[in-house]
Write a protein that binds this ligand. Structure first.
Ligand SMILES: Cc1ncc(COP(=O)(O)O)c(C=O)c1O
Length: 394
């Protein structure tokens, strides 16, 4: 029975990354030997200090509502960390803790955008941004990028995309799906353009700790930028706490206050137990994570470089590589023709039993995303299978 759903939800596309993950897990449950390179979560455990703090919170009955923006100890600690990492001077009142960075992003879009406002969105983009922009009834203005600029927008492209309706520029460095990291000089040049106009920047820095031999710089650190930046971060990636659902934003106090009011009527505080675990986690990044991810990135890149029909830039951050597979378009595997990256990914899943995400949902139809947040053994097997598949294309 249906009495009609809202236009709002009718137009939402399900997350393609989560759908592929669900399909992959269903195949695995049937006993099929699929290698999952589609997931966006680290294969490391949550730090023990955080799990212990979570258990202690339960035992101490720290299980009630907390302040809507999160407990003050956690917000103070986040402010101190943003100061340590970036020299940014926030206080607890400038911070809103939410149920995951996804939730923080949603709060930000809903609080900043009016119907018809434009959000400048560099592509390739993380799959949830366009949907959130649509939910806020704003209009995405996509700036396409490719390998020629390392998947980064230039100041000229930004300047051209700005109109009187521009309300937000979305930046995501390190990027999901490309792993691209903007340098200090590149951000300075973008900041110069931005400060000549009146709009906000939502800067999603959730992969900030996962950079390989480069520095992660926040756009908020440039002159005139802190007050117009909503900095987004969270605990899912660097602390392997995806299921705990804790993210946060930091920004202009009046905007944060409005976002807190919005959150007060939607979800209220993030889980009390998770907040205690997050507080304990903040000083304890697993030292083994970055070297291990760097090793895996290098391994995957080396293997890809020796394969036909694909090419891949070297990403400086996150745990993804984003190879180009346009050279496979028009070729066939066992009689099945590849027209686009969706076909490529579908054939790989069915015949090579590798699950990865086609670039279409990221606004990059020539590419596909490999997550290397899986074991070295899995990566070796997956690269063997991919290579064999590519060699069979005619
Ligand atoms: C770029 C980006 N932003 C935000 C998130 C959301 O993270 P969380 O688990 O904190 O909601 C993700 C997760 O995949 C992501 O890749």
């Amino acid at each position: 029975m249906s009495f009609g759903l809202s236009e709002r939800v009718k137009n939402i596309a399900p997350s393609p990354t989560l759908s592929i993950d669900t399909k992959t897990k269903a195949m695995m449950a049937e006993g099929i030997d699929v290698i999952n390179l589609s997931v966006g979560e680290p294969d490391f455990g949550t730090p023990e200090i955080a799990t212990e703090a979570g258990k202690a919170a339960i035992d101490a009955q720290f299980t009630k509502y907390t302040a809507v923006p999160g407990i003050v100890e956690l917000r103070n600690k986040i402010a101190a960390k943003l100061n340590e990492w970036h020299g940014l001077d926030y206080t607890a009142d400038d911070i809103l803790v939410s149920s995951g960075a996804k939730h923080s992003l949603y709060n930000a879009f809903m609080a900043l955008c009016n119907p018809g406002d434009e959000v400048i969105l560099p592509a390739p983009y993380w799959v949830s941004y366009p949907e959130m922009i649509a939910l806020a009834e704003a209009t995405p203005v996509v700036i396409a990028t490719d390998e020629s600029t390392g998947f980064k927008i230039t100041p000229e492209q930004l300047q051209q995309a700005i109109t009187p309706k521009t309300k937000v520029l979305l930046l995501n460095s390190p990027s999901n799906p490309t792993g691209a990291v903007y340098t200090k000089e590149e951000l300075a040049a973008l900041a110069e353009v931005i400060t000549g106009h009146e709009f906000y920047v939502i800067s999603d820095e959730i992969y900030d700790q996962l950079v390989y031999d480069v520095e992660q710089v926040s756009i908020a650190t440039f002159p005139g930028m802190k007050e117009r930046t909503i900095l987004i971060n969270g605990f899912s990636k660097a602390y392997s706490m995806t299921g705990w659902r804790v993210g946060y934003l930091a920004g202009d106090r009046a905007a944060v206050k409005a976002m807190t009011s919005f959150q007060s009527h939607t979800t209220a505080n993030p889980a009390s137990i998770s907040q205690k675990a997050a507080l304990a986690a903040l000083d304890h990044i697993d030292e083994a994570m970055v070297p291990e991810f760097r090793w895996r990135r290098d391994y995957v890149l080396e293997r890809l470089a020796a394969m036909p029909h694909v090419s891949c830039d070297t990403p400086d951050g996150a745990f993804y590589v984003f190879p180009n597979c346009a050279a496979t378009f028009g070729k066939s595997y066992q009689g099945h023709r590849i027209e686009k990256s969706d076909d490529f990914a579908a054939l790989l899943l069915e015949y090579a039993k590798i699950s990865l995400v086609p670039g279409t949902g990221f606004g990059a139809p020539n590419n596909f995303r490999i997550s290397y947040a899986t074991s070295r053994d899995n990566l070796a097997k997956a690269m063997d299978r991919l290579e064999a598949f590519l060699k069979e294309l005619v």
